[in-house]
Design a protein around this ligand. Structure first.
Ligand code: FAD
Ligand code: NAD
Length: 467
């Protein structure tokens, strides 16, 4: 029987990063993945394919809506080859997952294909179609991720009533896609299909979209996406979804308790994701699972069984790839005797719509609720030369800082390339910068990043230069 210092179950951005870091630190490492392709949700049916479709559909939208204003004329009709778009997405995924295979090889990590399940706390059975083998592991890291959640009355048929997984591989462009849930997935994929010509109706339970982000971001994104033609039905509680041949009917009740029905040809259910531990048999090792189905861990991501750790979507916290990866590195370093730390307040959140939405730290609502005394500085993208040059004038950067010390407490952005700009805010906050620290740093001109400096100036002494 093969024996390892560490076995990692699951090869998503949590698991594969944990495996690489363990190998870098000199541990004999195995990774177990039930699918024949590595990379987990993120690489196969999550972050990467959704961004590939967002980018392709963005090019199309630019070609039909914005080229003309730049003096670019396309003779004849611009057409979508949807099959090719989906094939390109598949090839981006393929290249990315092959990259993970390469990294496993390079770091001498043994890859096992099959369902990993605990036999006991130090032995893992790996079951594939052809055989079951058992390995011994001194330590195990559970990184089994998550699956789409649904509502109890919805039957996901994977054809017309679908989750993000199917929405990334459709064979036709929907005529009318009804999106249940105005969170990250609903908005990103809703925008993809809106750009490609679908009617898109987002039915959201809360009174605003992206309800966990700063409300100024919800407001701005709603405004822009409405202009793009997406219809929003907020404060609507979905109560039924049914299918007759190719017609889907979604029933909801609005704020005033009126029943509202929507009919379309596709319904995307994007109401969150749930931790995945099916087939893992944690009970054989004595690992505790919470009532919500998460693997229970302490602040070191250790389960109640001392040689078993868990990371990523299967444990508490934001379901984000970079959060999973940070946790993977953290556990590897703990196993190597180091004392790593993650500041969860500084894990950024991004929505890759256009304009993009990015956040780190506390929202204004959270500061108000905590009765924290803060200052706020905001700068609109439309006041930037760079934004006018590219034509991306929607959005803003907002910086919230401590009223007394000026320490930056939260940064919230909407605009072009803010998914990349948020890194500056994370760096500043990791070093506990004040708004004035950011305001005094030189930002190249003309860049979108100048909005960060201007918002910091506004937060410092209300002295933004260009508004
Ligand atoms: P996963 O990536 O889910 O990987 C878990 C792996 O474990 C899977 O490969 C699974 O097959 C395997 N597995 C499970 N059980 C077993 C078992 N018993 N034996 C063997 N293998 C097993 N996050 C971002 O940060 N940015 C984004 O842009 C983004 N976009 C997304 C878009 C979509 C459409 C979706 C659905 C998600 C997106 N996410 C994004 C979220 C991101 O994908 C997850 O947070 C991330 O993949 C979690 O990583 P993980 O390693 O914990 O789990
Ligand atoms: P989400 O939690 O972002 O959004 C779910 C939305 O559905 C919420 O707005 C919620 O209020 C709404 N909702 C819940 N029940 C409802 C009901 N009965 N009727 C109407 N609306 C209802 O979840 P998601 O969009 O499904 O994404 C799942 C996870 O994947 C998220 O945790 C996210 O972190 C991750 N993800 C991240 C990215 C990214 O980082 N860019 C992209 C996609 C997914």
């Amino acid at each position: 029987m093969s024996k390892y210092d560490v076995a990692v179950i699951g090869s998503g951005p949590g698991g594969y990063v944990a495996a690489i870091r363990c190998a870098q630190l000199g541990m004999k490492t195995a990774i177990i993945e039930k699918y024949s392709v590595l990379g987990g949700t993120c690489l196969n049916v999550g972050c990467i394919p959704s961004k590939a479709l967002l980018d392709s559909s963005h090019h199309y939208e630019d070609a039909i809506k914005h080229f003309e204003e730049h003096g670019i004329e396309i003779p004849g009709e611009v057409k979508i080859n949807f099959k090719k778009m989906i094939e390109r997405k598949a090839s981006v995924v393929d290249q990315t997952t092959k990259g993970i295979e390469f990294l496993m090889n390079k770091n001498k990590i043994d890859v096992f294909t099959g369902m990993g399940s605990f036999k006991d706390a130090t032995h893992i059975d790996i079951t594939s179609e052809s055989k079951t083998e058992t390995i011994e592991a001194t330590n195990t890291i559970i990184a089994t991720g998550s699956k789409p959640a649904s509502l109890p009355f919805i039957k996901i048929d994977k054809e017309r009533i679908i989750t993000s997984t199917e929405a990334l591989s459709l064979t036709e462009i929907p005529k009318h896609m009804i999106v249940i849930g105005g969170g990250v997935i609903g908005l990103e994929l809703g925008q993809v299909y809106r750009r490609l010509g679908s009617e898109v109706s987002v039915v959201e339970y809360m009174d605003r979209i992206i309800p966990t982000m700063d409300s100024a971001q919800s407001k701005e994104l709603t405004k822009v996406m409405k202009k793009q033609g997406v219809k929003f039905y907020l404060s609507h509680k979905v109560s039924a979804v049914s299918r007759k041949k190719n017609e889907i009917t979604v029933t909801a009740t609005d704020k005033k308790d009126n029943e509202v029905t929507f009919t379309g040809d596709y319904c995307l259910v994007s109401v969150g994701r749930k931790a995945y531990t099916e087939g893992l048999k944690p009970e054989n090792a004595g690992v505790k699972i919470t009532e919500r189905g998460l693997v229970e861990t302490n602040e070191h991501l250790q389960t109640n069984v001392k040689n078993i750790y868990a990371i990523g979507d299967v444990v508490k916290g934001a379901m984000l790839a970079h959060k999973a990866s940070e946790e993977g590195s953290l556990v590897a370093e703990i196993l190597a005797g180091q004392k790593p730390h993650i500041d969860y307040n500084l894990i950024p959140g991004v929505v890759y719509t256009w304009p993009e939405v990015a956040s780190v730290g506390k929202t204004e609502e959270q500061l108000k609720e905590a009765k924290f005394e803060y200052k706020s500085g905001q700068f609109p993208m439309r006041a930037l030369g760079r934004s006018r040059a590219s034509g991306d004038t929607d959005g803003f950067v907002k910086i919230l800082s401590d009223k007394t010390t000026d320490e930056v407490l939260g940064v919230h952005m909407v605009g072009a390339r803010v998914a990349d700009l948020i890194a500056e805010a994370v760096t500043a906050m990791e070093f506990r910068a004040s708004a004035e620290d950011i305001a005094r740093m030189s930002h190249a001109h003309p860049t979108y990043a100048e909005a960060v400096k201007e918002a910091a100036l506004a937060a410092t002494e209300n002295r933004a230069l260009h508004i």
